[in-house]
Design a binder for this molecule. Structure first.
Ligand code: PGA
Length: 254
């Protein structure tokens, strides 16, 4: 029997927005959430830039919207100028930390081992880690989609990963911010592969409960068919998380 997994609609704001934009976006989402008559079938998460965590946490207080960091450092503290620890995110009121986003892997040369260490730091601080993996266009065209995702998952999966403390995000790099979305068949194929790999790594029961998000040009117009796929348990949404209409539109597709 398929496990019931609560859909996670996660907004990754990346390095976008100023204080006023963050307040108004988070505030408007909060208003939408408070108008719902019953508990939604989805969990909503927003991940603003680190400097905007405070205003966003204030704006969504009591509105049933979780807040997360876009990254965290592998160490608990110390001489790491410009970085943010998982413990700090937790102390602010965050529930999640995204780790290993392809933009961090590229911009900051993050390796699978670093991503794994960050996810473990997130766990230690009491956060859930959203571990991102995904192939580039070159890897897909070379027929290396499966091997790339398998390797990244094996290298990035934190020790002690459970369905409670870990979410996987499959984000084909060629689909991020490009408007080129994976077809339902492409997405389901990789999501099923990830679940099978998780079953081998952490056991079938835990793998059946773990959420696997799709990310890459998810929009209100394509969300319904992606979110209906058997192994897609939510979205990690960049561009379309920056406007209330688009982000709410995706949540409505659940
Ligand atoms: P996108 O970004 O929705 O703008 O493609 C997704 C992501 O990078 O998380």
């Amino acid at each position: 029997m398929a496990a019931k997994r609560r859909i996670l609609i996660a907004g990754n704001w990346k390095m976008n927005g100023l204080k006023k934009d963050a307040r108004s976006l988070a505030g408007a989402l909060g208003t939408k959430m408070s108008k719902l008559k019953s508990k939604p079938e989805f969990e909503m998460l927003v991940c603003p830039p680190a400097a905007l965590l405070g205003p966003v946490l204030d704006a969504v207080k009591g509105k049933g919207i979780a807040v997360g960091g876009q990254d965290c450092h592998a160490n608990e503290g110390g001489a790491h100028t410009g970085d943010t620890s998982a413990a700090l995110l937790k102390s602010m009121g965050c529930k999640y930390a995204i780790v290993g986003h392809s933009e961090r892997r590229t911009d900051h040369a993050e390796t699978d081992a670093m991503v794994k260490a960050k996810a473990e730091a997130a766990h230690k601080a009491g956060l859930s880690a959203i571990v991102c993996i995904g192939e580039t266009l070159k890897q897909r065209e070379a027929g290396r989609t499966k091997s790339t995702n398998k390797k990244q998952l094996a290298g990035s999966l934190p020790e002690g990963a459970t369905a409670r403390n870990t979410v996987i995000a499959y984000e084909p790099v060629w689909a991020i911010g490009t408007g080129k979305v994976a077809t339902p068949a492409q997405a389901q194929e990789v999501h099923a592969l990830i679940r099978a790999e998780l079953a081998a790594a952490i056991g079938e029961a835990e793998a059946a409960k773990m959420r696997i998000l799709y990310g890459g040009s998810m929009k209100p117009g394509n969300a319904a068919e992606l979110l209906a796929l058997p192994d897609v348990d939510g979205g990690l949404i960049g561009g379309a998380s920056l406007t209330v209409a688009d982000f709410w539109g995706i949540a409505q597709a659940v």
